[in-house]
Ligand binder design. Structure first.
Ligand code: MN
Ligand code: MN
Length: 288
């Protein structure tokens, strides 16, 4: 059950309308790292989860992300207040209105015209939100890692948004939202490592002869570090196909009928190495 509390999770004080900044903040409203994507990601994982601890964690964070959606949407709405009234009532001259929406080189006219200055479920470039942003695969040892990465990306987008505004009230609210993503990341890390073992993901182990091997797939100065050096790793300097010891070719058994058809196609489309046909390139260059 969801019940709406009429007050926000964090107080929003916006100094003055700014439709350009509102547009940038849409990234965290309807963008891939935004709050709706986060809420839907954890909500759907919670519904499908059987572990009581993880289920509770996922529902709590999903619900908090909805509260963040409400905060960021409210900031967008406040920043668009002036533009919304001006667009609806057309009290200013056309030129004035155009200038107020596009001032400072921003592209807020797109979302302003399409959505009337209300918070739109788009990213900051006007691309509509999509469920394709959510990459849940239904295995907690994989999904928790994806959740950790999603929180890390959300943290970075908030950091960038904090860097583009000098409004102290917005900076403070964005700082809260950014900090909560750090806390969520920590909870997801703890939840991941409370499953033991959690690597590799799922049930099947890796094939032993390939699990701790590093293939050096380039020539030139090779960087060595803990990702390919040390007791854990077998470093293959110059890997040759096929690493399984086979002939490295792809084969399949097909029916006798299919072999006949494939031969006919190969004959029809065979290259003739002895010809040098005149083509459009020569015709066009006047050399025919
Ligand atoms: Mn959030
Ligand atoms: Mn979060």
């Amino acid at each position: 059950m969801f019940v709406h509390n009429k007050r926000l999770q964090y107080t929003v004080r916006v100094a003055a309308p700014n439709p350009g900044l509102a547009n940038l903040l849409l990234e965290q409203f309807g963008g891939p790292q935004g709050e709706l994507a986060a809420a839907c990601r954890y909500f759907t994982q919670a519904v499908g989860e059987d572990d009581p601890g993880r289920k509770d964690l996922l529902f709590d964070i999903a619900t908090e992300e909805l509260s963040h959606l409400e905060i960021i949407g409210s900031i967008v709405a406040m920043l668009n207040k002036g533009a919304k009234g001006q667009l609806a009532e057309a009290v200013e001259s056309e030129a004035e209105l155009y200038r107020s929406l596009t001032g400072g080189g921003n592209d807020s006219h797109t979302t302003a015209l399409l959505y009337g200055g209300g918070p739109a479920l788009t990213n900051s470039a006007g691309v509509p939100w999509t469920a394709a942003y959510i990459d849940t695969i239904g295995e907690p040892t994989a999904d928790l890692r994806s959740n950790i990465a999603a929180e890390a990306r959300a943290k970075i987008v908030y950091e960038r948004l904090i860097n583009v505004t000098d409004d102290p009230g917005i900076k403070e609210a964005l700082g809260f939202l950014m900090t909560r993503e750090i806390a969520h990341q920590k909870s997801f890390e703890k939840a991941l490592h409370s499953i033991q073992p959690n690597f590799p993901q799922g049930k099947l182990p890796g094939v032993p002869e390939f699990t701790n091997v590093y293939y050096n797939m380039s020539s030139g100065n090779d960087a060595r570090g803990p990702w390919n050096d040390g007791a854990d790793w077998k470093f293959i300097e110059d890997p040759q196909p096929a690493v399984d010891g086979g002939d490295g070719l792809a084969t399949v058994d097909v029916s006798a009928d299919d072999i006949e058809v494939l031969k006919a196609m190969a004959y029809r489309t065979a290259s003739d190495m002895r010809t040098d046909p005149t083509t459009g390139a020569e015709l066009g260059a006047g050399q025919a």
